[in-house]
Design a protein around this ligand. Sequence first.
Ligand code: AMP
Length: 180
Amino acid sequence: MKLLFIGPPGSGKGTQAARVADRLGIPHISTGEMFRQHVSKGTGLGRHVQALMESGEYVPDEITTRMLEQRLTEADVAPGFILDGFPRTTAQAEQLDEMLGSAPLDRVISLEVSNDDLMGRMLARGRADDTRGTIRRRLEVYQSQTAPLLEFYASRDLIEPVDGSGPIDQITERIMAALR
Ligand code: AMP
């Protein structure tokens, strides 16, 4: 099963993608997490993307797409995977289509959370890129760059909207039910 989790920053998509991947026994692929690992190891790529991430901007498509493409060549992805945070732009979505070829995404989980909840959750998790100004910028970038993907996948009838509010366990159960 090839799944994509889409949701605004703070929607809990990373947490839920990890939990559902665990349940389904498939890898969880988070481009944000991959970038954070590069930053913490101080690799060349990490140094290149750190400032962008900390200001709430996206990493250029070319860099992100190349990293993801590499990941999808690894053997563990054969039975399926959950993509979390990629694609985030229409250009990335088109690239993903090319990468997946004749075995495209099966379903797109869209996590829906109110704006007030998003800000509160991000301030609570206290990640390096979670300061008030950056959060506002990330929400703007999400609206302009990533929200259009919901239309892109809705036109293929792939979207499963899931209420992302309430206790973590309940949200996981809602997603599992949407996938059944
Ligand atoms: P996330 O953990 O998904 O919230 O991602 C954290 C940050 O990594 C984002 O705010 C971007 O700066 C960068 N990033 C992650 N995935 C992508 C992507 N698909 N395209 C561009 N930038 C990304």
